[in-house]
Design a protein around this ligand. Structure first.
Ligand code: ASP
Length: 350
C-alpha cells in the first residue's frame, strides 16, 4: 500500500448487506467482518487503508434508536483524525432516520459519512451490496483537486445515486432503487465515472477553529399524527394529551391542508398554547407545505402550527428530537425548525 493511501473506516451496524448464505443450510447468517476482504476481495484493488468496526451483535435497523446513533457518532468522533471518510453499513428500513439524525449530531462535519446497505445480502449471487459498498468507499475517500473531501456530508449511496441523507426516504421494499430524494437533487451519480454536482454539495466552514462538534442528546417525546378523512376527535384529543408530549409531526394533505372543523383547529390551538410544538409536513412524497396558500392551511398557521416546509418525515422527527434534547424553549425549537441546519429543508425567501 502506498504511503498516505486514502483511508476509510467501515462501520457495520447490521442489516441485510452483512449477510451471507450458509452453503450447507442455505440460511442467511451474519458474516464476520474480520474477514471482509475474503467476502469482497475487490476491495484489495483499491489500495486504500480500509478498517472495519462491526457492531456486536449486529442489529436489524428496526432496532435503531438514539442510543445507537450516539454510538455511531462516538465511533466517528474518536476516529475522525485517522480516516479520510466513513462508510456506515446499515439496514435499509430506517437508514433515512439514522442519516437524518447524524446530519444534526455531527456539527461542522468536514469529511464524508456515507451510509449504504443492500436489498440482497452481500453473500448472494445477485447482490446489490458489493456495488453499493465499493462505490460508497470510493466516494468516502474522494478528494477534489485542492485535496479537500469531495462530499463533506452525511449521505446515502444506493443504486448509483448519492443523496443527501436527510433528504431521503425509503420508497421500495422490492427493487434495488430503495431510496429517493424527492425534494433535493442527487449529489452525484455513479455511472462509468462518478459525476459529482459540486454546486449542490454543502461546503463546511473550513476555518481551523471550526472543528467537528458532536452532539449526543435527544428527547423522544415526539409523535407522528397522520390525518385522513374521517379522523375522530377522540383520537386527536388523546394524542395531544399524551403525558410528557412535547412535539407533534402533523402529516397533512397536499400543500399543508387540514379539515376546517372547529373542534380540530381548537384542539391544535389549545395544544400549541400549552407549548406543544406542532410541525406541519405534507403526506405527499414530493413538494412543500405552504400554509398561506389555502384557507385550510392558513387556519393551522393561526392555530400556532409551524411549517416543516419540504422536510421529509425522517428529518422532521429527528430534528425535533435533536432540538428538544438541547433543552431549548418551545419558541426556540419552533424558530430553529424553520431554519436550515444541515441542508434538510428549503426555506423560501419571500
Ligand atoms: N430489515 C433489514 C434492516 O433494515 C432490511 C435491510 O437490511 O435492508 O435491517
Amino acid at each position: 500500500m502506498v504511503k498516505n493511501a486514502p483511508s476509510v473506516l467501515i462501520i457495520y451496524t447490521g442489516g441485510t448487506i452483512g449477510m451471507i448464505e450458509n452453503p450447507e443450510t442455505g440460511a442467511l447468517e451474519n458474516f464476520n467482518f474480520d474477514h471482509l476482504l475474503e467476502h469482497v476481495p475487490e476491495l484489495k484493488r483499491f489500495n486504500y487503508r480500509i478498517l472495519s468496526y462491526p457492531f456486536d451483535p449486529p442489529i436489524d435497523s428496526s432496532d435503531m434508536d438514539p442510543a445507537s446513533w450516539v454510538k455511531l457518532v462516538k465511533i466517528i468522533y474518536y476516529n475522525y483524525d485517522h480516516f479520510d471518510g466513513f462508510v456506515i453499513l446499515h439496514g435499509t428500513d430506517t437508514m433515512s432516520y439514522t442519516a437524518s439524525a447524524l446530519s444534526f449530531m455531527l456539527e461542522n462535519l468536514n469529511k464524508p459519512v456515507i451510509l449504504t446497505g443492500s436489498q440482497l445480502p452481500i453473500g448472494t449471487l445477485r447482490t446489490d451490496g458489493k456495488e453499493n459498498l465499493i462505490t460508497a468507499i470510493e466516494i468516502a475517500a474522494g478528494k477534489n483537486s485542492d485535496g479537500a473531501p469531495m462530499v463533506p456530508e452525511v449521505c446515502i449511496f444506493f443504486q448509483n445515486s448519492l443523496m443527501r441523507g436527510n433528504r431521503t426516504c425509503k420508497i421500495n421494499a422490492e427493487n434495488f432503487n430503495a431510496f429517493r430524494s424527492f425534494n433535493y437533487p442527487p449529489l452525484a451519480h455513479a455511472g462509468i465515472h462518478i459525476k459529482y454536482e459540486p454546486a449542490l454539495i454543502r461546503q463546511p466552514d473550513r476555518s481551523p477553529y471550526r472543528s467537528l462538534k458532536p452532539h449526543y442528546l435527544f428527547d423522544t417525546n415526539v409523535v407522528i399524527l397522520t390525518l385522513f378523512p374521517g379522523i375522530q376527535q377522540e383520537i386527536i384529543t388523546s394524542v395531544l394529551r399524551v403525558p410528557g408530549l412535547k412535539a407533534v409531526v402533523l402529516k397533512t394533505f397536499g400543500s399543508g391542508n387540514a379539515p376546517r372543523k372547529a373542534w380540530f383547529v381548537n384542539l391544535l390551538k389549545e395544544a400549541t398554547d400549552r407549548g406543544i410544538i406542532i410541525v406541519n409536513i405534507t403526506q405527499c412524497a414530493s413538494g412543500s407545505v405552504e400554509m398561506e396558500r389555502y384557507e385550510t392551511g392558513l387556519q393551522l398557521l393561526q392555530a400556532g402550527v409551524t411549517s416543516g416546509y419540504d422536510s421529509t418525515l425522517e428529518a422532521a422527527v429527528t430534528k425535533l428530537m435533536f432540538l428538544l434534547g438541547q433543552g431549548l424553549s418551545s419558541d426556540e425549537v419552533r424558530r430553529r425548525m424553520a431554519l436550515n441546519i444541515a441542508g434538510e429543508v428549503s426555506v423560501p425567501h419571500y
